[in-house]
Design a protein around this ligand. Structure first.
Ligand SMILES: C[S@@+](CC[C@H](N)C(=O)[O-])C[C@H]1O[C@@H](n2cnc3c(N)ncnc32)[C@H](O)[C@@H]1O
Length: 462
């Protein structure tokens, strides 16, 4: 009952704020149910000193208080949020502080804390630093770290947390999921892999209505621990469910959130065993650039052909619809010398045969599984078949099966689109690709099941 009352106060204030202002300041509050789940999940000693440095309405602190924690502290740059928080929780010590611009000593001093805290918790703002959004500090080295690690306020919040928490302390933040894999966050990601213990990562999917992308809860210990296993969880139907453990030292840079042990073992089998798309396809990989009215657009492409244009006989380009949905999978065609607009990803290879071979692989269930799970990091959102993802795909050059794949691709170009025969041919392509990649019967059944449950009925023959 109490939870609802607190939540109502928060929601009213958030509703009253302009959406653009909220986006600019990263003001999207965590609902109390999730905050409650996180506090419960962390299972912290009851005498822990807990600080939320960007506490907003104080939802995390309310949840902590409800679970019996007493040493709770919160700060926010927004004066009004702090004054409402004070009404929400009498117990917590709350201060109106810019915790990104001010150093740990200043912040701890404001709270009259003589040492760093046991736990840093919360959901910091996710806003790219720009001309309008700055961190108002003269601490050059802090700004430099933030800039080199992706220039976002949540990056600054993580760096700040490392100074606010004790060496053995815990940092648990809700942050964007793409922190795990996009290259702009690489420096901080690698620093965390090498210098902190990643206790757990919870995939919470798309949690906030007006916030782009998906989110995770990352929980770190503020020091490195040898031989650590990262526990990976999923938050579904209000429950945090454990999926698997992955040794921290398995990750060298990108952190893939494997859905379960099967995904992890298939990834290990494929990774390293084969060359990458980028090793084999050495031509252009990127968006179409033609502005011509007759240029092929993403919507003109079907699987193995085009809606209104014949598949060319010769040439060296493949066109892929740039928008990728897990329901449809890759949609691509051999394109010879045709021109492509921006909504198309183009790859070229000097060799027409190699183009058709890769085209066959791209449409296989195995390739779509790999792309979705290991290139898009299991994202549920619409993705783009951009070069950076395609280049990671494993490719096999196998003389025995090379011409077989091409012959199936040529048949699929000719047979009536989506006829029974077409689907049968596609299935034989799937099976041939499984064979080429040495995927055994159990793995094949698992991948088939996974992909069929994601794909729309339109794309499954049964
Ligand atoms: C995503 S909201 C989350 C609030 C709260 N932790 C929660 O989960 O409900 C981010 C909060 O960070 C605050 N904030 C933004 N910049 C800040 C700064 N420099 N110092 C302290 N708080 C800041 C915003 O006012 C907002 O309340």
């Amino acid at each position: 009952m109490e939870l609802n009352k607190y939540n109502l106060i928060s929601k009213n204030y958030e509703k009253f704020l302009d959406l653009e202002y909220k986006k600019k300041k990263g003001i999207f509050y965590t609902d109390i149910e999730l905050a409650d789940k996180i506090i419960d999940f962390l299972n912290l000693p009851k005498d822990s000193i807990i600080l939320d440095p960007c506490c907003g309405m104080g939802n995390f602190l309310v949840a902590a208080k409800n679970q019996g924690y007493q040493k709770i502290y919160g700060a926010d740059i927004d004066k009004q949020a702090i004054s409402i928080s004070k009404k929400n929780i009498d117990l917590a010590k709350l201060e109106n502080i810019d915790t990104l611009a001010n150093g740990a000593d200043y912040i701890l001093n404001k709270f009259k804390l003589t040492e760093s805290v046991d736990v840093i918790i919360g959901n910091p703002p996710y806003v790219p630093i720009s001309k309008d959004i700055i961190i108002d500090t003269s601490d050059y080295l802090f700004l430099r770290d933030v800039k080199e690690s992706g220039s976002n306020l949540f990056i600054a919040a993580l760096y700040r947390a490392f100074d606010l928490a004790k060496e053995n302390g815990i940092i648990s933040y809700v942050i964007p999921k793409n922190f795990l894999h996009i290259s702009s966050y690489k420096i901080l990601r690698k620093m965390i892999l090498n210098k902190k213990q990643i206790v757990s990562i919870v995939d919470i999917g798309k949690k906030f209505k007006n916030v782009r992308g998906e989110q995770i809860i990352i929980t770190l210990r503020n020091k490195f621990v040898k031989d650590n296993n990262i526990s990976i969880y999923e938050y579904k139907n209000n429950e945090i469910i454990k999926k698997l453990e992955v040794p921290q030292n398995f990750y060298k840079d990108e952190i893939l959130l494997f859905g379960n042990e099967e995904d992890f073992s298939i990834f290990k089998k494929l990774e390293g065993a084969y060359q990458k798309f980028s090793d084999i396809c050495t031509g252009y990989v990127g968006r179409g650039r033609s502005k011509s009215d007759t240029a092929i657009t993403g919507k003109d492409i079907r699987k193995f052909s085009f809606k209104n244009v014949e598949v060319p006989k010769k040439g060296n380009k493949v066109f892929i619809q740039n928008i990728y949905s897990a329901e449809a999978g890759i949609i691509a065609s051999f394109a010879g010398e045709l021109e492509a607009a921006e909504t198309v990803t183009v790859f070229t290879d000097g060799d027409e045969k190699m183009c058709r071979y890769i085209l066959g692989f791209l449409h296989s269930r195995l390739c779509n599984y790999y792309l979705l799970k290991f290139c898009f990091n299991n994202s549920k959102l619409t993705m783009h078949t951009d070069a950076k993802y395609l280049k990671k795909l494993p490719l096999v050059k196998d003389s025995k099966t090379f011409l077989k794949v091409i012959s199936i691709v040529k048949s699929l170009e000719k047979i009536d689109y989506m006829s029974e025969e077409w689907f049968e041919m596609l299935e034989s392509l799937n099976n041939l690709i499984y064979k080429i990649y040495d995927i055994d019967e159990n793995e094949k059944n698992y991948i088939d099941f996974q992909m069929k449950s994601i794909q729309s009925k339109r794309w499954t023959s049964d």
